[in-house]
Design a protein around this ligand. Sequence first.
Ligand code: BDP
Length: 693
Amino acid sequence: EDGYDLWLRYKPVDNVSLKAEYVQALKAYSAATDKSPTIQVAVDELSIAIKGLLGVELKSADQVGEQTLVLGTSASSPYIASLKLQKSLDPLGDEGYMITTKKGNVIIAANTDIGVLYGTFHFLRLLQTQQSIKKLNITSTPNVKLRVLNHWDNLDRTVERGYAGFSLWDWHRLPGYIDPRYIDYARANASIGINGTVLTNVNANALVLTPAYLEKVKVLANVFRPYGLKVYLTARFSAPIEIGGLKTADPLNTEVQQWWKDKADEIYNMIPDFGGFLVKANSEGQPGPQNYGRTHADGANMMAAALKPHGGVVMWRAFVYSNEEPDDRAKQAYNDFKPLDGKFDDNVLVQVKNGAIDFQPREPFHPLFGAMPKTPMMMEFQITQEYLGQGTHLAYLSPMYKECLDADTYAKGKGSTVAKVVDGSLNNHRLTGIAGVSNIGTERNWTGHLFGQSNWYAFGRLAWSHGLSSEEIAKEWIRMTFSNQEDVINPITNIMMASHEAVVSYMTPFGLHHIMGWGHHYGPGPWIANKHRADWTSVYYHKADKNGIGFDRTASGSNAVAQYFPEVASKFGSLEECPEKFLLWFHHVPWTYKMKSGKELWNAMCYEYQHGVEEVENMQQKWQSLENEIDAGRFEQVKSFLKIQKKEAEWWRDACLLYFQTFSGKPIPEDIPKASQTLEYYEGLTFPFAPGN
Ligand code: BDP
């Protein structure tokens, strides 16, 4: 096995009695004779899966007798219509489904064909994870409307912050050649409910909006359509100048407005269900409305007006900060966007990263969540592991996503979680969304690290249903990816559940952040200083000195805490109450500060780095115990990567402790292994091979 099949492997069910139950229940299927492309896809998937799982051909039933799998809508299936399910189906909306047992038949019913497809994948998951299907009574609807992958893919097929090869989109061979991989990509996404894909990098190239590229985009959209996957593009703000020949891109200029309208008309003429634009503006050198003295709302609304007649949306990113701005970087997005609440048109979502800096191993939730009640706030998570070990570290990110979603903003009193802001329930928004920066590329197993697949999987599952637990999701994924045997599920669950914390411990314990290598972000670089942008250095963030370490974001410092609602602000702002995992994010703390463990901060930090390394050793041991349970190809790859991870965890520990010791002036406890090199050695390392150099 090489990992290509992801969680859709459909290996034979090894539990004899369950297999008998399944075979008995699935004698034949019944779907509309005049099948839509989506229903055809569902039937095809069922056939492949049943063949693989049960070793039998799934036959089409002449009529619905007993033990028939019936799929469809009340409109497409007379049998489903005869069951009079409409009352229960109505609340399931456009994408929800029900799976139910009626008169000895399994029924997968929905209001739309895409709902049926989602239900089909859910049903298959039951078989793959070996659940009983004797008496089913399942309904499911997604928590948010737009569940979207963001590919940071360039037109030359390099991928920004990509660690899994090149871009899947073969622009050179499109539109003539449809790589079968596009179809498997769409299947995988549909199987976890992802319904949109932004094909291009947020650092956008206007060329993708030219007719030659749009022809190619159209073909991808056609391939993805039956799977319910809509295509979106990033829109470069200066496109009217670069490809339109205009002198300006000022959003209040009527010619510019007309140019975007015409562009939208052109796109929708080719792709009637085009999703819309994702925009990075006035951020890290990208052009935007502020170049013309206009606001983000002016820019977003101009594009929104062009897309609106066609039903498209604008996902406008709030990832903005400037080195010229003297205020704490963590505060800048809030400062810029909060005053614009209520000024965005109704087909605009503001897309906010989970934290206020940048996808760090751990960040407190972004203060914009809850702060703009009149605006749909779209979550942006990073699935690719830019700051979490890149291509080789095993880090299961569901616990990190959940920590953010479950955080309480107190925007409307206790219980106003980030999840409720994002799913629209807190402020009654119908337009809602969640984005994940993709970790997918041309590598045979899609994500480079086999366990990267679990992050793609978890992102999709949480986007559909944020109430799921990380452990539940991990177990589903393990059962489908490796085995249904408890002695495989348990150790891998343990590995996954401990993995994110381990990375935090050996990289950025206690709220440290942004201390990685310059530019490529590979490896430790707490010494990074004196660069052309202070806000890209490490010393800006850790502020270590002989007295202590950490960024004072309380009232005595940048007062970033004040951007949170009072309950949260007072907790984060208080040295005693601030959770230790965020301590150095919000406080500058003396080296001698007594931690809850009773240890002084310096010692606690040393042991935390060491703990991270030990956790990786534990992961290695658990993985090793699976040698005879997992096919050699996948086993060996993960084993090698864990070895790299161990080495790099030690590198992080040694480099960071030696560096911070120059400030603390305190000894590293004797029982922590001695660094094998000097600080100068670590500082002198260069990485010409690191992606993103
Ligand atoms: C940072 C990445 C950079 C992205 C930027 C963004 O380092 O490559 O362009 O975020 O999200 O994490 O726009």
